[in-house]
Design a protein around this ligand. Sequence first.
Ligand code: CA
Length: 439
Amino acid sequence: MTDSQIDETHAPDRLSWIGAANDPQTDFPIQNLPFGVFRRKGGDTARIGVAIGDHILDLAGIADRLAAEVDDAAALLKAPSLGPLMGREPQLWRTLRKVLVRWLEAGSSAQGMVAPHLVAMGEAEMLLPARPGGFVDFFASIQHATNAGSLFRPTAPLLPNYKYVPIGYNGRASTIRVDGAAIRRPNGQRLPPGDSVPVFGPSLRLDYEMELGIVLGGASAVGEPVAIAEAWRHIFGFCLLNDWSARDIQAWEYQPLGPFLGKSFATTISPWIVTAEALKPFRAAAFARPEGDPAPLPHLADAADQRAGGVDIQVSAWLRTAAMRAAGAPAHRLGTASSAGLYWTPAQMVAHQTSNGCNLEAGDLYGTGTISGDGPDALGSLLEITRGGSAPIRLPDGTSRAFLEDGDELSMTARCARAGFASIGFGLCRGTILPAPAG
Ligand code: CA
């Protein structure tokens, strides 16, 4: 990527007339402006907004004013979902961002017009940004693939296709929830150790997976693959994603067709979609394949993608037990890793998924796969941290965990930082475990 793609909306010294947006710790400075869907507490209308400091700018409320500057803005921004906006092209997203920056920056003559349309985040409830028609979960961290593979298949942790194919599976879209939704422990089949007949009941090995969500925009036609060089035109933005996983159900069911009920009971995403535009300063080189690894096949190879097709987002996962919560103790960090270390880039995922003629629809969601890096503090699941449950971790409240217990709250956060640019964040992606339904 050339610096020409970074524009005035990324200028690090720009401040907003909304004071909280100028706090260096905020996830939502004026350089971020992520999109989400919210409703006022007690209200019943879903509305599109952008996060700015500790407020939401209600874009539905100013949609008619935006229409003077952005084609079709009124219809796109009065929708109860980001789907119609995601269905448009990057040029429109970019124009909208530029107008919003101009209106929200310190000294803007638009302050008086915009200010009545701010909603304090504490007065709003976040909703699903768009209903994904499709959800694909990839497996792009080679560290995670190796760690998890060695637990499920000690003799063959990394299968021979891994370095050629961005491995993924079609997940379940209907159980995607936003931050804060309770997660009920699933019932399912598992094979008790040493037994040859499975039992049905609550999962005993409930886990999280620390991932990023990639929200797709625009649409592509059936039968028309998206070339890797065009793939970013179809990436609207990124969010946090927790691919809740029942390891015992997964281990029993996954061969020969892959994950099914061990994953489909719930997926949690953060409600704010950080746009691909806002992430431009944090683009990074694709993962440097070590000597001896095969080069990507031609449809997955692109010089620009190798140069700047990665994204450096530092993602962290945190655990707070019910006892820690009751004692007012802070969450314990389980692991932190950067998406810059993923073996496959977002563009390679798009090019791969569409290479057989499968189309994309606006609002489709990808998970990157669990993001794990090198070292014990860079692991993205309890499966890896506790080595399949054999090495439980000690928590600050004196308890230990092999897998998640009822009452545990798992949360995820993420930040992007680069010298010379304003740091931006992703907000929260939380879920608390409820007991399994009575069998
Ligand atoms: Ca996953």
